[in-house]
Design a protein around this ligand. Structure first.
Ligand code: AMP
Length: 420
């Protein structure tokens, strides 16, 4: 497999798929540019070699050409960070893109307009009437898949080689994230530096496991994380179920959870997962106490109670101190740690303490030689908020992509480069 480090981009045009899907405020100012910064090593290497990056990205979820989602809003910032005057093509395919790409000189860069302005990028039909028949849906899907081939070919024809540095979209078989790779031979397609690091980090967690291996799964819903929990049950020694989803388990076990968040249709599933954990000798740890609130608000009245004794009208919004201590003890003894999802409603200042305690325990374990991977939007927001990002081994930029990789799925963006 080709690697970016070995590849010499001199005189070459490289189509680089990045994830510049950054948050913008109402005046189109970037409020967090981490995703752009994360792709800089790749882009800078191409420029330093004397190559010309043709940068493609999506921004938001447009359903067609939408001013709000134009990548021109980020152009000046990308130029500033890269230290070159990046050019812009108002369309990602078409005459302007072709002409500007062709005219690029070594050391020059071009940013293409939002790839998702075209339905072909995702390959999903748009504008279908709500009452469309199954046949109409099928026909529309077939039509967009057909035109997707043409679109992908046009994107590929802009460049001599292809670099995928967008781990955040690696779980999508989109035109620019996976399909385009078919137009380049094995020596002319590669991961960017960021993507390489992400793939390595996931592989390290999932294959080179130093034990004990502890996964901390938090967040609001069991339903969104069933597959990953099932997959982890075959791999981990300790599985901490925390955040809102712990209450579905507590209720399934006969506990009183008041008005805490719960998925009543997942009670049987929770019992099945508990049984599977037992059968696999996995130590599944639920919260033993909770910080409860009389309303879903930062300024609610609070109490600390046993997690299975929550009075009616009260809801658990964070773990309590006994649980914090129990989690910390397990985490600190671990050698491999995966954290996805907060222990409570960390967006409310008064309910961040549990997530902070988990973050601090992970940092301590990491100091003692553990490998720790933090991923998924909210846990990354947590480590950043608490200033702990430098104390963990790896903070992944991927949310859905990371979870799917850990579920054991082969990500199309990775497969397309590696060929397996
Ligand atoms: P997820 O997107 O599934 O990772 O869930 C993250 C969200 O779960 C965050 O917005 C948290 O506020 C929320 N959350 C965590 N714990 C609780 C809880 N006890 N009750 C309600 N929401 C929660």
């Amino acid at each position: 497999m080709q690697t970016i480090e070995k590849f010499n981009f001199a005189g070459k045009k490289a189509f680089v798929r990045v994830d510049f899907n950054v948050p913008l405020d109402e005046n189109f100012n970037i409020t967090d540019d981490n995703r752009i910064r994360a792709a800089l090593p790749t882009l800078k290497k191409i420029l330093a070699d004397g190559g010309s990056p043709i940068i493609g990205s999506h921004l938001g979820r447009p359903k067609g050409v939408t001013e709000k989602y134009s990548l021109k809003h980020i152009l000046s910032h990308v130029s500033e960070l890269l230290g070159v005057n990046v050019q812009f093509a108002n369309d990602c395919v078409g005459e302007e893109a072709i002409a500007k790409a062709a005219a690029l000189k070594p050391g020059e860069a071009l940013l293409l307009e939002n790839l998702r302005f075209y339905a072909e990028e995702e390959g999903k039909p748009r504008g279908l009437a709500e009452d469309a028949s199954e046949e109409e849906k099928k026909a529309a899907k077939k039509a967009v898949k057909e035109s997707q081939k043409e679109f992908t070919k046009k994107l590929a024809s802009l460049a001599d080689c292809y670099v995928n540095d967008a781990f955040g979209t690696a779980h999508r078989a989109h035109a620019s994230t996976a399909l385009i790779a078919a137009y380049f031979d094995i020596n002319n397609k590669m991961f960017g530096y960021l993507m390489e690091k992400e793939v390595l980090a996931v592989e390290k967690v999932m294959s080179e496991i130093n034990r004990p291996f502890t996964a901390i799964m938090g967040g609001s819903k069991v339903s969104s994380k069933i597959e990953i929990i099932e997959n982890l049950l075959g791999k981990v020694d300790n599985l901490i179920i925390t955040g809102g989803m712990t209450f579905t388990f507590t209720k399934a076990l006969g506990g009183h959870i008041g008005s805490s968040i719960c998925e009543d249709d997942k009670l049987d599933l929770a019992l099945e997962l508990l049984a599977k954990a037992k059968a696999n000798n996995v130590n599944m740890i639920l919260a033993c106490d909770a910080k409860i609130a009389d309303k879903f608000s930062n300024d609610a009245n609070t109490q600390l109670v046993d997690a299975d004794q929550i009075p009616d009208g009260w809801q658990g919004l964070d773990i309590g101190p006994k649980t914090e201590a129990e989690y910390a003890e397990v985490i600190k003894k671990s050698k491999t740690i995966l954290w996805n999802g907060p222990t409570g409603v960390f967006e409310f200042e008064n309910f961040t303490h549990g997530s902070l305690a988990v973050g601090e325990a992970i940092v301590e374990a990491t100091k003692n030689g553990a490998f720790s991977l933090v991923g998924g939007g909210d846990s990354v927001a947590c480590v950043n908020k608490f200033g702990l990002a430098n104390g963990v081994s790896y903070v992944s930029t991927g949310g859905g992509a990371l979870l799917e990789a850990i579920e054991g799925k082969i990500l199309p963006g990775i497969e397309a480069i590696r060929g397996y």
